[in-house]
Design a protein around this ligand. Sequence first.
Ligand SMILES: Nc1ncnc2c1ncn2[C@@H]1O[C@H](COP(=O)(O)OP(=O)(O)OP(=O)(O)O)[C@@H](O)[C@H]1O
Ligand SMILES: [Mg+2]
Length: 647
Amino acid sequence: MPPPHGPYRGLTAEEKAAAPKFTKELGLRILSYLKPYKVKFAIVIVVVLVSAALGVVPSLLTGKMVDDGLLAGNFRVLVELIIASFLVTVVSNALGLLETWLNTSIAQGIIYDMKTQMYTHFQKQPYQYFVESKQGEIVTRMTGDVNGVQSAVSTTMTNSIKNVGTIIVSIVALFQCNWILALTGMAIVPFFILPARVTGKRRWIIARESQEKYDEANSILGETLSESGILLVWLFGKQKREAERFKGVSSDLYSLNIREMLAGRSFFMFINIFTNFGPLLLYLVGGILMLRMEGGPQVTVGEITAAISILGRIYRPVNELMNVGVDFTRSLALFERIFSTLDMVPSIVDKKGATAPEVIRGEIEYDDVHFAYKEDGPEILQGVSFHVEPGETYALVGSSGAGKSTMISLVPRLYDVLAGAIRIDGKDVRDWPLQELRNHIGFVTQDTFLFNDTIRANLLYAKPEATDEELMDACRRAGIADFIEELKDGLDTVVGNRGVRLSGGEKQRLSLARVILKDPEVILLDEATASLDSVSESHIQEALAPLLKEKTSLVVAHRLSTILDADRILVLRDGHIVAAGTNTDLLESSEDYRTFYNTQFKAGKEETQSQRRRALREQRTEAEVSALAWRRSQGHWQELGDFESYY
Ligand SMILES: Nc1ncnc2c1ncn2[C@@H]1O[C@H](COP(=O)(O)OP(=O)(O)OP(=O)(O)O)[C@@H](O)[C@H]1O
Ligand SMILES: [Mg+2]
């Protein structure tokens, strides 16, 4: 959107189109948020109107002080009026306090309601939403926009009522003083309206632009100052570039904010001129009425004083009411953005009447599964079918980008299939209650995520009621217990953002421990592509073997040991499963597999085979070592050979 230039530039067609329209539905929807606070809101309105009425009383009393006190020479009346005026001021200020309190508690209540509603709504969005939305955008929606509701409620709503009240009461009072003075005072009011309207629109345009810039700044901050973002920046030496990018946005914000302020100021300039001009005009007209009229004075000094004082009270509300158009448009835009967020329809939800099978055995079936990330995008899976019996382990191999991660992410419905079906225990995953389905699935993703909290807290996420013994037992089974015991703070060690304080292998084993604690029927494991050192690798292997044996598992394999342990290996290419079988079968029958095996697995195998053996030897218990020595002495070379080559 090009920035508007010139102080009185109107809205372009595009900008007009972008300005939210007030509709009955929108109004009712906003009001629905006020509903829980309707009693408080009613009190606010009463308080506001009473204090608006009281506000004009001191001005009237001032007039009386002049006429009935000072000019009439009645000291007693003067003192009484002073006391009365003082009391009225005290009461109206006390009411002001009450009004602020009520206002704030209504606004904060609405903010609380909206924030919690939005948070749970975000949680229901499909995974793709989080993949695609810019970092910082959600935060801005949740904080900036929602907090803007405060000003929408107090400035826009309550103040408008107050201003209307004040203006009506003041005008009535003004006419009570003297109708000629009243009309004179009113004559100036239209002069406010023109500049107010123009600057108002202009401020709104600038405000909208700066909101976009704020989003952008937040997104830069969130991305480049996150733990993985800063690493990327450093390693590619892009500090300067990112700083420049941030500087760019910040300097845009700088000038936008100044322009917004100035747009306001130029308006105040007009206001100030007319505010000062008003009393002067009243003195002039009052002077004519008092001194130049035939048949004696038509007005008293007190009336002139009161009229000037009342007129002074009108300008501000008029000014604010003029601006209310802008505030209102702004608030509407705010509510519209909030509502459009709330109106996003979650695409992956429970079907009506979805139920889980009574007994869950953990059978997985892919039935002619087709999948694309975008409706018009390429089909990543083009008719994938296979069947995993409960307790079996299937390994998935294929070149990078073949769609292995995609394939397993369909089971817990991170995405829904385009055509075909995935069934667990014979039931389409889309017919399961979503949470129930996920409760029975353990998913270790390719890049594991840990909360920046203690190891204990991260583990308890899977089973909040677990005791420390249970936690350590799971860690033992995941091959991470020794590591944790060696840590100074043990389970209380904080893992850092996303778990950066742990090595890749440690992180993976910790997430395995988390899955062990969860104890699901189905395990989906997306092995990290990065090869682990031999010690971690054998640790993970030890942890995995028994776990995978018990459970139905679908493993994206990047390690030799995994494919060797699998009941069946599926080879994925061009969205199809091109071969399936055991390692031995496939080496014989599948050209694709042989290529993978030779490039992906065997290469790694030869390189690390000896290291692995050494690592294993280091971990063997004395009993194992002596048993081995005994076998060797007995000439069990063949068996030993098998044993060694297995690892
Ligand atoms: N969220 C997404 N939106 C759009 N396309 C995606 C998304 N995630 C992955 N893709 C695309 O889908 C294809 C399959 O990706 P996937 O992550 O499943 O590959 P993979 O087989 O797991 O690869 P690797 O072995 O490298 O992990 C790739 O071409 C990728 O670019
Ligand atoms: Mg992957």
